[in-house]
Structures are given as structure tokens and as C-alpha cells.
Write a protein that binds this ligand. Sequence first.
Ligand SMILES: *Cc1c(COP(=O)(O)O)cnc(C)c1O
Length: 353
Amino acid sequence: MTQDSSSGRLSVRTDLSLIDLYDSEVTACAIDLSDNTNLWGVAPSAAAMLRDLPAATISRYPSAYASELKDAIARYLDVEPAMIVTGCGSDDVLDSAIRAYGRPGEALVLSDPSFSMIPVFARLSGLVPIHVPFGADGEIDPALFNTADATIAYTCSPNNPTGASFASSHIEALASEFAGLVIVDCAYAEFASRPMARLTDRFDNVLMTHTMSKAFGLAGLRIGYGVGHPDLVVQIEKTRGPYKVNSIAALAAVAALDNDRTWVDERVLEMRENRSRFVGCLADIGLDPLPSDANFILVPVEKPVLTGERLRGAGIAVRVFRDLPGIGGALRITIGPWWMMEACVDALQKSLS
Ligand SMILES: *Cc1c(COP(=O)(O)O)cnc(C)c1O
């Protein structure tokens, strides 16, 4: 620990003053549509594994780099285990990748709006986040990314918070033109009807990240992973460090990956059905959400903060955005079982009047 000798108090990095604690709105809400987790619940094989857990597994350290989990992910994605890096949530993988490939003072370029944690991870590693707009066609524009003079490019498809998914060809162009690491965040890949090509087969500068927090319903276990060239993955494992995935989480995740693919697919179909029905209901009350290929929709509203507060008063939590570039004030709403969506439409209608 370093001490500031003049005051005798701890001296913290000055750039940490730019970073706030994550605001997670911890107050409980009857219906929580704010964080895009699986509102149908937990992948059943993971739940069964947790019920029958052999307690002896926790007296020892887990596998340093979660080799059994890597094997299960390799089976799930049909890639080599050497192409996989795991982490305590995909946030851990993203953070570790940025630390491995970004040097302090360099830049990280990302679209605006996109995943809010990325500028935070960039700053924590001493990098400067640079935002670029989407192209006029709503796609990722590789040329804009290249003008930023950055060493890391981050894209997210389907994108959080807009829900838009992007053409593989555009991300592919970015991967071949960008002189640095290209991160493709696939947190919502299981929900997308527009498939993303396995760019990692052809590009050694691409890391595709995934999570068990959304489609598999395991957010509380904190499991994420990245797929990339084995040389890239090894460097990210160095900055991640050993023992980041605990043994209980790994056991449950392996069970879910091996056995719950059908369960996930069925929930995805139900989600899509509810999403289009919900979008129809929003149109009926005069709202016009952005097209979404994920398990949430983003809907522009005139008074996002007030509407969000009123919804909360009615027992419904959504994610409030005060002013998104090119969009303005908006609410991000997770799609769940129909009774939740019905309650949300009802409360929205009352909140807007
Ligand atoms: C939810 C989310 C994640 C996942 O986070 P975990 O740390 O795996 O829970 C990553 N990226 C995006 C864009 C997300 O929305």
C-alpha cells in the first residue's frame, strides 16, 4: 500500500476519480425487467447439479483455468478447448483482454451507444475510450473505427442497449482492416436470428465473448468465456489469473452446456413470440421501440426518468437511459413470460398519461 506522506493518508490513483461504483439499483421490485437475465429461470440441469452438490468439491481449489468448463464450452461451440478463456462473468474476460492488449495512454474505440461497462474497463487500464457513431445504414462502420487510432476495437452484436444485430460482413471487414484486437461481444448471441460468423477461425486478432448470465439463466454464478486464437487466449489467461471460476459455478455450467441446449432454444422461441406481441402492445399505446434481435427492447420515451420512477412505483423495474446519442431518452425492457409483459404494458400506459 502506498501512503501519501504529506497528509499521512492513503493516496489513490487520481484517474479513479473518473469512475463511479456500479449503480445496481438494489431495491427489490416485484417484476425486474432491468438487467436482461433469463426471467424464465435457471437452466434445469444446472439447478439439479446445485441441488445434489458434492460438498467435498469445495475444500480444494478449482481447476486453475477451468479446464473441464473449457471442454464443455468446446463441445457446445464445436471449437478446440485451446481457443477458450473463461472468467468470473464475461466482464472478467473483457477486462482481462483489455489489460492484456491495451497499454496506458492508448485508445479503445467502440460504437455509441454500446455496453456501458467497456469505457469503465478501458479507463481502469489507463486507456482512453473513443466513441464512434454507427454508419448511416445502422451497421458497424469499419472506416470510422479505423480513424480512431486505437489499439482495441469493441463491438457488440446484438448490441446492448439498442438490440440491433450487425452483419457478419461488416465485423469481418473490421477484423481484417483494424490494426489491433477486435472484441466481438456475443452476450445475446443465443437470442439472435441473424447469425454471427465464427470469425475466430479466420482472424487471429478477434476475441468473441459469451456469457452464461443471459440465455442460460446463471447470472448469479458469474460465468463468461471468450473464444479466440490459442496464442491470444493464453495472454488473456495471464492477465485474468488463476482460480477465477469457482468449482460450484463450473459444475453447474458444464451440466447446463451439456444438457440444456433444448431448454435454452425453447425459451428463446417463447421470448421472440412475447417480444413481437409486446412491441405490438407498445405501438397500440403510441410507442415506437427500436428493432431488436435480443431478449430486450429499447423504447424511446419523452420523460425517461419520470416514467421509470412511475413504473417502479407500480412494482416494475426497467433500465432508464436519460439521453442516448441519436436516440434521446429511452427505457430498456427485458422480455420475459407474458404475464410480466402484460403488467409492464399496463403500467407503462398509466405512467405515460
Ligand atoms: C450482460 C452483458 C454481459 C455479461 O456479463 P457477465 O459478466 O457475463 O454477467 C456482457 N456484455 C454485454 C453487452 C452484456 O449485456
